[in-house]
Design a protein around this ligand. Sequence first.
Ligand code: GLU
Length: 475
Amino acid sequence: MANTHTSFRESVERMFTHAAGLMTLPPGLEEKIRVCNSTYTVRFGVRLRGQIQTFTGYRSVHSEHMEPVKGGIRYSLDVNQDEVEALAALMTYKCALVEVPFGGSKGGLRLDPREWNEDELERITRRFTYELSRRNLISPSQNVPAPDMGTGEREMAWMADAYKRLHPDDINAKACVTGKPRTAGGIDGRVEATGRGVQYALREFFRHDDMMKRAGLEGTLAGKRIIVQGLGNVGYHAALFLAREDKALITTVIERDGVISNPQGLDIEALRQHIVSTGGVKGFAGGDWRADGKAALEDECDVLIPAAMESVIHGENADRIRCKVIIEAANGPVTADADEVLKRKGVVIIPDMYANAGGVTVSYFEWVKNLSQISLGRLERRHEEARARMLVEELERLSADTGLNWTLSKGFKEAFLTGADELELVRSGLDDTMREAFGKMKEVWVGNSKVDDMRTAAYVVAIRRISNVYGSLGL
Ligand code: GLU
């Protein structure tokens, strides 16, 4: 819930201004980059339940230094212009940091999706799409929405279909939105992408001893205690992969209806099933339940993953946070006030614009797939397999002919002989993106004594790139 402390928007602006202040930018450019270019507010009516219901929606475009602009659409009662604009700004910086060639945008509809049934949501979504399309706020070449809080594949499929009906002659219509189901032009690995990106970001952090030392950590992810706030799409995938593949212990999960803990590590898949069938974490047999989610955020752990919403760690509770690393899976979970307190305490924050960039990165792959009208790997996969087979057969022949009698292990042979499918290519592209961006942030953080945390480093990298684009545009 938004609190009475520094607002999300103020936080983003303060963090931006802090970083920009450390750079030498052409006169006036800081202001040009900071401001949000435009925000469109729409109020539209849909006849539902025997009366006209009025809804308020927004689409904010922060920066068009690259087009299309990109960013999710959220459905929540908390949606407001300030929030949408701050989120759009973060999208600009996020895309620049991970070198995804888009400007930043964000949208939202003020409604509680749980209050409306599927049929009603579809009608509302289609009508909203129509409003956006009339203003080029959904378009493969200008503005490409995606899922965010309260929306998912289902809403994106409706939007893509509504757009297609309005633009039947647009061969690229599918690329008007990303995060679609596979059957509607989506890409494998998009649903898991943000959580997967959180895992890759954390893995990359753990590969750098000097970074770990700053957080007072050592060793590997195995056995590290992790608290996750919010087991939605992002929190669930991050927790699942970190537990299953990296052997980290998810000791606590904080949800709407309370907290579930198990010092031996929670079974994330079973917990998710429990949430899906009962609506909450209460009553889950694999851990102990308590009511106070706010207090649980302050439990001791190695890594804290806020994966729910903005401003949950603020000036008032920051001092009581007892983790070594915070990885911001949500957008804006730590306010600017809290950021300063945590920095003083030596907590390392892996910032949102990096940590949750997996979503938009894979959205980029999906957009490219839609424009090229072909799935990733389709042309090369079998060719790759044939070449691998040639090599294996040649090695086996040589080994027999020379009497060496080498045998390749079964596991190696199988893995080597299988060409990469779309999911593997997506994961590989995402991993590469996360490693590259980490390297750039680290370079700035380590190389500039005035840069005092990873967030500032991320902003510096992003602002520099945006400034270069403006420079080449002659602005
Ligand atoms: N809503 C996600 C974000 O905040 C994804 C945006 C996208 O894929 O365009 O990054």
